[in-house]
Design a binder for this molecule. Structure first.
Ligand code: ATP
Ligand code: LTN
Length: 338
């Protein structure tokens, strides 16, 4: 197979830091993951090593990793068409991260806005939270990744990953593919439903601001119906002046495939009640089945764990050549593996 025929390599990760993924995760990233498994050589990872950079409960973490993987399968990831695995089962990730940490300047790491935001919210900040971006870079660079499907909030981490790859290649000779972010403009940042100036987030959104994929359909309907809008009562896309309505239009359009213009004309002259009522149905109908499918997958834990072990074995085999090459280049003895 010539290089031109090779499918692009895709890698992305998600943290198991909540009991359910949310609509921002789905529209900003996970929907792209499902689509990209058809046309690319994709690896998707539940990044539990990243999840211990903030406070965690061991039992809860293991369960959330499992539920996260089950949700990804319920969304349509197919272990025959992509490699799905849990990060802690592939020790090559922290091994490469250590090397990348030694290539990163304190200054450039200190500029990461996610670190600044997250450390500001905690009483005690760990070194792990600070070195989080180098572990993320290792995740990506281990697999010679071409494209990384993520939401807008990860762009800065991707820039650092690219800088590290370019610097390492410059110092030691070509070792890593320099990855590109894959960010879908329209859904790059889904906003909090009650505070539409902020992004929807599992760690910082209030209970009504974040729509979880595993919410009951009626809870989803309620959250959409109580979303913050404005006093103008006109369904119009204007993110600067009408952040709440514009966010709902983005969600509506991306779930149905109808353009924003089409939706604006369909709701011309109608109030927010009709608009929100219809969107509440669209959301509940589209996302409702995910919870049922997730529960079914969790009913057979042995099968789920088998899929994840198989994924980790595939990932390790793909990661080993890059790690071995990197070890050699920096002057280490080769890793001894079982
Ligand atoms: P936390 O609040 O713990 O940082 P999160 O809710 O931001 O979590 P992550 O696990 O960090 O979610 O993100 C997983 C993926 O979802 C990433 O690709 C991220 O960019 C994307 N993502 C997260 N929130 C949004 C959002 N509101 N809109 C679009 N994409 C998002
Ligand atoms: N930092 C990301 C999760 C993440 C990731 C990755 C995303 C860890 N490793 C590699 C893409 C590629 C987040 O918080 N959303």
């Amino acid at each position: 197979m010539s290089a031109a025929d090779r499918k692009p390599r895709v890698f992305s990760g998600i943290q198991p830091t909540s009991d359910s993924f949310h609509l921002g995760n789905y529209l900003g990233a996970l929907r792209q993951w499902v689509a990209m498994q058809e046309t690319t050589d994709a690896l998707y990872c539940v990044v539990d090593l990243h999840a211990i950079t903030v406070e965690h409960e061991p039992k809860v973490l293991r369960e959330r990793s499992r539920v996260s993987a089950a949700q990804l399968l319920a969304l349509g990831l197919d272990p025959e068409r992509c490699t799905l695995f849990i990060q802690s089962q592939v020790p090559e990730h922290p091994m490469l991260s250590w090397i990348l940490g030694s290539e990163t300047g304190m200054g450039e790491a200190s500029r990461m806005t996610q670190f600044k935001d997250k450390s500001a919210k905690q009483e005690r900040t760990t070194v792990g939270l600070f070195t989080y971006p180098m572990l993320m870079a290792a995740d990506i660079l281990l697999y010679q990744t071409d494209q990384v499907p993520v939401g807008e909030d990860q762009r800065q981490h991707l820039e650092l990953t690219r800088d590290l790859a370019i610097r390492f290649n410059g110092t030691y000779g070509k070792t890593f593919t320099v990855p590109e972010p894959y960010i879908v403009k329209e859904t790059a940042t889904i906003k909090d439903l009650t505070d539409p100036d902020k992004k929807m987030s599992k760690s910082s959104s209030g209970p009504r601001g974040c729509l979880y994929l595993l919410d009951e359909p009626n809870a989803m309907r309620k959250k959409i119906k109580s979303a913050v809008t404005d006093s103008e009562a006109s369904v119009r896309y204007d993110p600067e002046n009408k952040a709440g309505v514009s966010n709902l239009l983005t969600i509506y359009s991306s779930l149905t495939g109808d353009s924003i213009e089409k939706l604006e004309s369909a709701y011309a002259g109608k109030g927010y009640g009709d608009f929100k009522g219809d969107l509440a149905d669209v959301v509940a109908d589209t996302l409702g089945p995910i919870a049922t499918a997730t529960r079914e997958i969790l009913d057979d834990r042995a099968e789920l764990d088998r899929i994840l072990t198989m994924g980790a074995e595939k990932a390790r085999a793909m990661a080993a050549p890059t790690l071995n090459k990197t070890y050699k280049k920096v002057g280490f003895y080769p890793p001894v593996t079982r």
